[in-house]
Design a protein around this ligand. Structure first.
Ligand SMILES: Nc1ncnc2c1ncn2[C@@H]1O[C@H](COP(=O)(O)OP(=O)(O)OP(=O)(O)O)[C@@H](O)[C@H]1O
Ligand SMILES: [Mg+2]
Length: 275
């Protein structure tokens, strides 16, 4: 197995749609947050990025979208170099980005937020709006409501809807399920999968690692700005090393603690009865 196939374990053959090669990037001079980071996204794929807080997941998406300077390495789209290309140019080339925070214009209405999505090509608005509202019916019903008065989940929907307005081929999603109730999280994952099935290739960064790996074709673990593991989503979910280091054993720990507590309570109850 070559080093490349190790880094991108389970990736399909053929030319990737988007490729990041040995990226070094950061915010402050001399401080690299990404350290030789690699990623490929093939046409039609849904790829997840997981990893500890501060690993550089958001930085990677921002670097791909021209918002954090790449100091070394290259990003290509359809084989053409797009390293450090400005965000507006990337939007034109079919890349959409939904940031983790501050992702709506709070003083604008839902409809106006979506207009901002096509400000480079306003003629697209009417037809795209109808299509996107099909996917997010709530947004159509409440189009005149200010985004600032929406809940976190609704804002996340507006941000995703806005990014979809330009009909992107690649969508970069940063923690779309953050801060949502379990039901809303599920809706977000289902919607992400639907958007992907409709032909949009997606890179999704997720805190909810298990759920993300369930819906993703492949996943990458980032740790300290570098690739730690990769592979088909379901395979990673069952990889003991990935579980131990990145998915945590919290569920089993909680179950074990509960069982211990119950046993202790039963012991006390029995003890009490015999006295
Ligand atoms: N604007 C910034 N200026 C300077 N350093 C930053 C900036 N944004 C992030 N960093 C630093 O870059 C590192 C990686 O941050 P990043 O936001 O990419 O992590 P993350 O993997 O997305 O974490 P989380 O899971 O908490 O969202 C952190 O050490 C963070 O402090
Ligand atoms: Mg982040």
């Amino acid at each position: 197995m070559t080093a490349t196939t190790q880094v991108h374990r389970g990736a399909p053959s053929g030319e990737p749609l988007l490729e990041a090669k040995d990226l070094y990037a950061g915010y402050l001079p001399g401080v690299d947050i990404l350290n030789a980071c690699n990623l490929v996204l093939h046409p039609g794929e849904l790829v997840g990025i997981i990893g500890p807080n501060g690993a550089g997941k958001s930085t990677l998406l921002k670097a791909l979208f021209g918002l954090v300077p790449i100091r070394s390495g290259a990003v290509t789209l359809h084989g053409e170099e797009i390293t450090n290309l400005r965000a507006d140019k990337l939007v034109h080339r079919g890349v959409g980005f939904v940031p983790q925070t501050n992702n709506v214009f709070p003083s604008l209405t839902i409809e106006e937020n979506m207009q901002m999505g096509v400000f480079q090509d306003p003629k697209k608005f009417a037809s795209r709006f109808e299509q996107i509202v099909d996917l997010f019916p709530t947004l159509g019903d409440r189009r005149k409501q200010r985004a600032g008065s929406l809940s976190g989940g609704e804002r996340q929907m507006v941000a995703m809807a806005r990014a979809l307005m330009m009909d992107p081929k690649v969508l970069l999603l940063d923690e779309p399920s953050a801060g949502l109730s379990p039901v809303r999280q599920d809706e977000t994952f289902i919607r992400t999968r639907r958007i992907n099935k409709a032909g949009v290739s997606i890179i999704i960064v997720e805190q909810n690692a298990r759920r993300a790996l369930q819906i993703c074709d492949r996943g990458y673990v980032l740790d300290q700005g570098a690739n730690a593991y990769s592979g088909p989503g379901r395979e990673m979910m069952n990889d003991p090393k990935v579980i131990e280091l990145y998915l945590g054993t919290l569920a089993t720990d909680v179950e074990a603690a509960d069982a211990e507590r119950r046993a202790a309570q039963e012991g006390t109850a029995e003890g009490g009865a015999s006295q």
